[in-house]
Design a protein around this ligand. Structure first.
Ligand code: SF4
Length: 448
């Protein structure tokens, strides 16, 4: 019996998929990379944009045909599209099941421990756990890459940015106990993981809303998130510690200084800007100004001059004038980001903006603004890459394609090099940078 987990959206969804894989394998399924050949097919959905949902819905026509020849095949959905764990047999069911009859069941990650009932077409005994119940995080992940570990340190979000669906799909902000996170990291390091990625919607507000201390760890002078990085930095076997996503409103000099001093914490900060216009930031309910954001960029470069800095930007949000868009453009010119995940505003019905603000920027205008930002980012990324030429950087190899191996520097830059038979995924190799391109760099392996 085969299973396939199809992941859409953020790293948190990747981490959830790794736990679903464990449950599938505990129930005797083996993995297949071809969703058409699976006996259980599970989508980990994202609903940050309509497009993300459409990607899953787009599979259903073909799935209908496949299920005619393989009626035993089970299709399930979890992730941010799902509000209520249920199946087609239930009277009271999630609206997805009404909308898409091809799907057999949907579940919230909080109900992960009931998933196997759906495999056996039995009625689960204990579904409908509270939003944000973190019990499912006790299921050990089955990592997609044996040398990289995803560790959720908190779930949910209380920020209610007006464009964002996450607070409605993931519940209230809740941090895990520091001892649980350290235990997970030690277990992973013992199994050969060398790079960990700490996950949360606002990782740098870790410990703000609930106590993260117990008999194993007591409160320190530093903020709990800085304290967590200090404790993780002590773990033998780990070589790189990364985190995503921080919120600019909670970034402090204490955190940036700690990043510069802790040898395993990578010099990369993903800091979502969203807009560079103060009026727009208010309309988005994001609690910082463009000026404050730029002061954080200066702070990061003061303590980590070669740090990689990436961001998220939304263009064409409700009411965004040309002048307000240009304020975002100017912040990008000053910040010189290495990369931006730029998106055109996509209205989500359940959000504040979806209910009370007009999606009034025309599609072609959103397209134009999207390309203007991307063209600028291509230039700044290229300029930044040129500074690496002639230098030697350590790369964690995680990909092979067309005779090239590639991976990331500690600053999260992508480097590719002609591979040799000795190089394998998970290796740390030194590469001399020979050529800069817009988004990646090319080099020659020095030793492996
Ligand atoms: S901080 Fe804002 S954008 Fe990020 S998850 Fe929370 S509500 Fe969404």
């Amino acid at each position: 019996m085969k299973y396939h987990v199809e992941v859409h959206g953020c790293q948190m969804n990747v981490s959830d998929a790794e736990r679903i894989a464990t449950v599938c394998e505990q129930n005797g399924y083996t993995k297949t990379d071809d969703w058409r050949k699976s006996d259980v097919l599970i989508y980990v959905s994202c609903s940050i944009k309509q497009k993300a949902e459409d990607k899953i819905i787009g599979h259903m026509k073909e799935l209908d045909q496949i299920k005619k020849t393989r009626p035993h095949m089970k299709v399930g959905i979890t992730g941010c599209m799902v509000r209520e764990t249920s199946s087609q047999d239930d009277e009271k069911k999630d609206k997805i099941l009404k909308r898409i009859p091809t799907v057999d069941f949907v579940f919230r990650m909080e109900d992960l421990d009931q998933l196997d009932y759906y495999f056996r077409e039995e009625t689960p005994l204990d579904i409908g756990k509270d939003f944000g119940d973190q019990g499912y995080l006790e299921v050990p992940p089955n990592p997609m890459m044996p040398f990289k570990g995803n560790i959720p340190i908190m779930t949910g979000c209380d920020n209610f940015c007006t464009f964002c669906i996450v607070p409605y799909s993931r519940g209230r902000e809740q941090s895990r106990l520091m001892s649980e996170i350290i235990r997970d990291a030690k277990d992973m390091a013992a199994k050969g993981v060398t790079e960990i990625l700490l996950l949360g919607q606002n990782v740098n507000s870790f410990g703000n809303k609930n106590d993260v201390y117990d008999e194993h760890f007591s409160e320190a002078e530093t903020h709990p998130f800085t304290h967590l990085l200090i404790e993780l930095n002590k773990i033998k076997g780990l070589k790189r510690i990364r985190y995503t996503s921080p919120n600019p409103k909670d970034i402090t000099e204490e955190l940036i200084e700690a990043m510069a001093q802790l040898d395993k914490v990578c010099e990369h900060v993903h800091i979502p800007l969203q807009s560079g216009d103060d009026e727009m930031l208010k309309r988005m309910n994001r609690h910082y100004s463009a000026e404050h954001f730029l002061s954080l960029i200066t702070l990061i470069r003061k303590h980590m001059p070669r740090a990689g800095i990436t961001t998220d930007i939304i263009v064409g949000f409700s009411g965004e004038s040309e002048e307000q868009f240009m304020n975002t453009f100017k912040v990008c010119q000053q910040a010189k980001f290495d990369l931006s995940y730029t998106s055109k505003y996509s209205e989500r019905k359940q959000t504040y903006a979806g209910r009370f603000l007009d999606d009034d920027i025309a599609k072609d205008e959103k397209d134009k603004r999207y390309h203007r930002i991307n063209d600028l980012l291509r230039e700044t990324s290229f300029e930044s890459n040129k500074k690496y030429v002639g230098e030697t950087w350590e790369i964690l190899v995680d990909n092979f394609k067309d005779g090239y191996a590639s991976g990331k520097t500690r600053t999260n830059r992508t480097v590719r090099f002609l591979t040799n038979e000795k190089t394998t995924a998970g290796d740390y190799v030194n590469v001399k940078i020979k050529k800069a391109r817009e988004w990646i760099m090319e080099g020659e392996i020095i030793n492996s």
